[in-house]
Design a protein around this ligand. Structure first.
Ligand code: ADP
Ligand code: ADP
Length: 232
């Protein structure tokens, strides 16, 4: 479902060069929950941003759901990104819009008619357990509820792939558990493929089928979580 092949990314800033991604390859099968774990600075967010070409790798290829994103123009990419959902550590909600307005946002961008938007928003809020909260504003919500809004919005375009950028890092352990359980349910019920980055082994143990360990821009180990846990 996601094929990352030999991608390289070097940052040059103030005479210094940092190899954020050094010949990274990984393959996420359809319906899999795949985790990339590593310390701060390992290259995880650069990797995740490369999947949607928000960051263009210097070389290598990224194929998502059969489309070679590395070969697309910016214009084609905007369409391809609609098939990829993304959630963030700090949720990324619009504070001036209510919950329904946040979830509807991607549907407005693609020009879905108002009736269709309303139907879809209600369905998404139900799916993530936020029934009845459409008129609440982000500031009125708990962290866990905000992330549920983030997840609903990410799913608005019915993506086949969900990317998670430290989605539970700002949450307490109990809330983390409930968000991971939601992601697992969406994975099972919708067949959603999930690629997540995290610095927490517990997250990998809790929901990932497979994982890769990143260190200094390279993948040092990868395999099924069961395999990785018995190896270390
Ligand atoms: P992680 O997500 O694992 O913390 P990052 O992908 O954010 O790691 O960063 C990997 C390396 O690339 C770090 O050394 C970081 O300082 C560097 N880096 C990330 N983004 C930039 C950028 N825009 N400009 C320069 N260096 C960057
Ligand atoms: P509108 O008057 O079109 O509802 P809002 O700013 O209140 O405008 O809503 C923003 C977006 O959220 C719109 O795309 C709208 O279709 C959607 N929306 C608003 N309320 C609901 C709701 N209760 N259920 C589903 N979708 C809603």
């Amino acid at each position: 479902m996601i094929h990352i092949e030999n991608i390289q990314k070097v940052y040059r800033a103030r005479g210094r060069t940092v190899t954020a991604l050094d010949d990274v390859s990984l393959h996420v099968a359809p319906g899999e929950v795949y985790g990339v774990i590593g310390r701060s600075g390992a290259g995880k967010s650069t990797l995740l941003r490369s999947v949607t070409m928000l960051e263009r790798p210097d070389r290598g290829r990224v194929v998502v759901d059969g489309a070679d994103l590395s070969a697309l123009s910016e214009r084609e990419l905007r369409a391809a990104r609609q098939r990829i959902g993304m959630i963030h550590q700090h949720f990324g909600l619009l504070s001036s819009r209510d919950v329904a307005g946040n979830v509807a946002f991607p549907l407005e961008v693609t020009g879905a008619p108002r009736k269709e938007r309303r139907r879809r928003v209600a369905e998404l809020l139900d799916l993530v357990g936020l029934d009845g909260l459409g008129r609440a504003y982000p500031a009125q919500l708990s962290g866990g509820q905000k992330q549920r809004v983030g997840i609903a919005r990410a799913l608005a375009g019915s993506p086949s792939v969900l990317l998670s950028d430290e989605a539970t890092s700002a949450l307490d352990p109990e809330t983390t558990g409930s968000i991971l359980a939601l992601l697992r349910r969406l994975n099972r019920e919708l067949g959603l493929t999930v690629l997540l980055i995290t610095h927490e082994m517990d997250v990998v143990k809790n929901i990932c089928d497979s994982a890769a360990v990143m260190h200094a821009g390279r993948i040092t180990e990868s395999g099924s979580v069961r395999e990785l846990l018995t190896r270390s």
